[in-house]
Design a protein around this ligand. Structure first.
Ligand code: GLU
Length: 290
């Protein structure tokens, strides 16, 4: 089975930028004969009621998906199993660093900027025991490459940093990068369509997929929506959600479609959809005054 997916985090209502990404995920999947899966990434930052509102808004926009909605919170065993198998293969280590310690660590000259400096990679047993008495560890990947190349339909070949990414946070919650890779592999997702803020995460994720024996997905990182100041669109920018805009008399499907050079119903847009013709620049959205 060949599949695409839309994977929102239920941390609040989707704004037009997120809805535009959802429409693109739908168009990419439907135009390539893939099923479209809906995965709720609810390991973190959940706002009660948000999942239902997001699904309602997607349906109101005229989008559909295949099979039941999958929730990451119901799949913890799968993520734990992946950490276990990587650990059994000697590919993990416990990390006791606080965020601050990582920021303040001298950057290692042989590592790319922003990479985990390797502080806890090779602790002695005694040092590990001392640190473990202070705080519970996170589990990190013991990466043995520094970069990885992915293929993106819109961006082309993209090479980015791979470091000792967190697999399980020190509060025991599976990390986003692990969950996304385990799920995409388990669900047969072979095309990942999402916002281009995640482009730099793709090499880490694709590398992790290779370690877990999964195929490399193809990516399509789509440009984000920006506000009038050129910053990433946010809720505080005004009327930006499906409901807010509809109340203002705005036809949300129409403005999103127009931004992509498409018109009519999702089916009409599908008939005219050509990834090569998509705009490659960010979309500026100026919300109507409320
Ligand atoms: N849940 C992530 C988000 O809403 C998307 C993750 C992904 O598409 O890989 O930003």
């Amino acid at each position: 089975m060949s599949a695409g997916r839309f994977a929102p985090s239920p941390s609040g209502d989707l704004h037009v930028g997120n809805l535009r990404t959802a429409l693109l995920a739908w168009l990419f999947a439907r135009s390539t004969g893939r099923v479209l899966l809906l995965r709720v990434e609810d390991l973190d930052r959940v706002q009660p009621g948000s999942e239902q509102r997001q699904l309602d808004d997607l349906r109101a926009l005229g989008l559909d998906w295949d099979g039941p909605v999958v929730r990451q919170s119901e799949r913890r065993d799968l993520y734990d199993e992946a950490v276990r198998s990587l650990t059994a293969a000697g590919r993990t280590f416990e990390c006791f660093c606080t965020r601050r310690e990582i920021l303040e660590a001298p950057s290692a000259p042989h590592l790319p900027p922003g990479a985990y400096p390797g502080t806890c990679r090779d602790l002695s047993d005694a040092e590990r025991a001392r640190r473990a008495a202070e705080r519970p560890p996170a589990v990190r990947l013991r990466a043995d490459v520094q970069e990885w190349t992915v293929h993106d339909v819109l961006v082309g070949s993209f090479t980015g940093v791979v470091d000792d990414v967190v697999l399980r946070r020190n509060d025991g919650v599976p990390a986003y990068n692990l969950a996304v890779v385990v799920d995409d592999a388990a669900q047969g997702v072979d095309q990942v369509v999402r916002g281009d803020d995640l482009l730099t995460s793709a090499p880490r994720q694709a590398h992790l997929a290779s370690l877990l024996g999964a195929a490399q997905p193809e990516y399509a990182h789509v440009p984000l929506a920006l506000n009038a100041e050129g910053r990433r669109l946010a809720k505080r920018d005004g009327a930006v959600t499906y409901r807010e805009l509809t109340e203002q008399g705005v036809d949300v499907l129409e403005i999103i479609g127009t931004s992509l050079g498409l018109t009519g119903s999702p089916q009409d847009m599908l008939a005219a959809f050509d990834p090569a013709a998509l705009p490659r620049d960010a979309w500026t959205f100026v919300p109507p005054a409320t």
